[in-house]
Design a binder for this molecule. Structure first.
Ligand SMILES: [Mg+2]
Length: 133
C-alpha cells in the first residue's frame, strides 16, 4: 500500500515510520511536511497514493485547508483521507467530516497505544479494495 503521510512534526514522523517498520506487510511512504507540499506531490503526475494520513495543525497550509482543496480536484478527491491528530476539538472533527474524510483518529500520547491504534488503521485499509492509480 502506498501511503501519503502529511505531518510537520519530525518526532511524529519518526513514530509513524517506526510503527510501519513493525508491520508484516510492506508499505511505501511518501512524506509531506504540510498541505502545500502534499498538493505539489499529488499534482506532480507521480503515482498517486492509496490512502492519505493527514495531520491538522501544520504551518503554511493546515489539514483542513488541504482537505478543502483536495475535494475540489476531480482527479484526486476520491483519495481516502484519514485525519491523524491530537485535536479533540469538536469543531475540527465536524468540519473534517463535512468536507469529506475516511476517518478521524486521535493520536494517543503513549507510544505503545499509538502503535496499536495505527496498526489497526493500516490493517483496516490493507483489507480494503483500493483504486491503485
Ligand atoms: Mg502538526
Amino acid at each position: 500500500m502506498y501511503i501519503l503521510f502529511i505531518e510537520d512534526d519530525a518526532i511524529e514522523t519518526m513514530k509513524f515510520q517506526r510503527t510501519m517498520s513493525k508491520l508484516e506487510t510492506k508499505h511505501s511512504l511518501i512524506e509531506a511536511k504540510n498541505g502545500e507540499e502534499a498538493l505539489a506531490y499529488l499534482e506532480s503526475g507521480k503515482s498517486l497514493p492509496d490512502i492519505i494520513l493527514l495531520d491538522l495543525n501544520m504551518p503554511r497550509m493546515n489539514g483542513i485547508e488541504f482537505l478543502g482543496i483536495l475535494k475540489q480536484h476531480d482527479k484526486i478527491k476520491y483519495l481516502p483521507t484519514i485525519v491523524l491528530t491530537t485535536s479533540e476539538n469538536r469543531d475540527d472533527l465536524l468540519e473534517c467530516y463535512k468536507i469529506g474524510i475516511a476517518g478521524y483518529v486521535i493520536k494517543p500520547l503513549k507510544y505503545e497505544d499509538y502503535e496499536t491504534k495505527l496498526k489497526t488503521v493500516i490493517e483496516y485499509w490493507d483489507i480494503n479494495e483500493l483504486v491503485k492509480a
